[in-house]
Design a protein around this ligand. Structure first.
Ligand code: NAP
Length: 299
């Protein structure tokens, strides 16, 4: 099968389409014929060697954390899913013709393959952040980095939970943030003053998605620094904020709940698709750090 791989760390020019053996589903896993798989910033970090601890690449590796497709193999112990079902979810080396998923949910029939392929990582991460923060009816929450993959979904899930949502982005994304239900605030120096001007000097929770704002600026917005949760600033704990890297919630349940919101168009994911052959263009966009919504590959 065809799979996107790298043989050396570097930029998008290192991406290759290789002919490799098909993977197989282990216990508790399923395999899909991939319809679409997204590019996450983590894939860009792998490509650039930022997750390797400084060691050179020992052998070629595949990329991709999530995807959507048709089930074509079922591992031992898996129930509730059949060959031929349409699913989306989280897995490994998903930017390929076939991939193994470790957590999944049925793909709503109304959902475009590109959107389903975009959803796995961002809906799980957004749900996790909002759960840890206890965001619900009546909460006022800032999503810092609201126009990207995780942020835009977090805005919409928080709205669906009945929260008042402030979203930070660059000025060019203000209309997009309004469209998805957030009160737009421009990020950067003076964020607290702009929030105060908009009438929001005290917040119940801050979800730091971009990891770019000094953490003290964010903890200063809430009464308890633990009401700041970051997914991208791994030293945020030094200031009393919480950092999450995964594992705190039931992933399949988060995917299933998000499938319902996606089917009802209460969560809308803006996607730009590229065929696998043009993966380098997609990676370049993700590496820019300013994508709106998600970049998705179609194998
Ligand atoms: N820990 C975890 O479990 C986990 C899971 C998923 C992702 N992540 C990490 O979370 C981060 C975000 O992921 P993503 O998929 O949402 O990324 P993304 O789609 O690339 O989004 C990046 C967004 O950040 C915004 N941004 C850039 N500079 C900013 C700043 N100074 N302040 C606030 N926002 C800023 C950009 O907005 P503009 O275009 O308007 O500039 C852009 O929309 C990445 O570092 C990723 O690796 C962690």
């Amino acid at each position: 099968m065809r799979a996107l791989r790298i043989h050396a760390y570097g930029g998008p020019e290192q991406l290759r389409i290789d002919d490799v053996p098909e993977p197989h589903a282990g216990p508790g896993e399923i395999r899909i014929k991939v319809g679409a798989a997204s590019i996450n910033p983590f894939d860009g970090k792998v490509l650039r060697g930022l997750t390797s601890g400084g060691r050179p690449l020992a052998q070629p590796i595949g990329l991709g954390l999530d995807g959507a497709g048709v089930v074509d193999e079922i591992g031992d112990g898996v129930t509730g899913v059949a060959i031929g079902d349409d699913v989306f979810g989280l897995g490994r080396q998903t930017q390929a013709e076939h991939a193994v998923l470790t957590s999944w949910a049925p793909k709503p029939a109304s959902l475009d393959w590109g959107v389903a392929g975009a959803a796995g990582t961002v809906v799980e991460t957004a749900t996790r952040g909002l759960e840890l923060l206890g965001v619900g009816p009546g909460s006022t929450v800032l999503i810092d980095g609201a126009s990207g993959g995780v942020g835009a979904v977090a805005v919409q899930i928080a709205k669906a939970r009945g929260a008042t949502v402030l979203g930070s982005a660059s000025e060019r994304n203000a209309d997009y943030l309004r469209e998805i239900g957030a009160i737009p605030i421009t990020y950067g120096d003076g964020l607290a003053a702009r929030l105060a001007d908009a009438g929001y000097s005290r917040l119940d929770a801050v979800f730091d998605v971009a990891g770019k704002t000094p953490i003290a600026d964010l903890t200063g917005l809430v009464s308890d620094p633990a009401q700041v949760v970051s997914i991208a600033n791994f030293s945020a704990g030094d200031a009393g904020a919480r950092v999450t890297g995964g594992g705190e919630i039931d992933k399949a349940a988060a995917l299933a709940e998000s499938a319902r919101l996606l089917a009802e168009s209460r969560v809308v994911i803006k996607v730009q698709t590229f065929p696998l052959e043009r993966a380098a263009e997609g990676y370049a966009a993700v590496l820019s750090g300013h994508t709106r919504g998600k970049i998705v590959l179609l194998p």
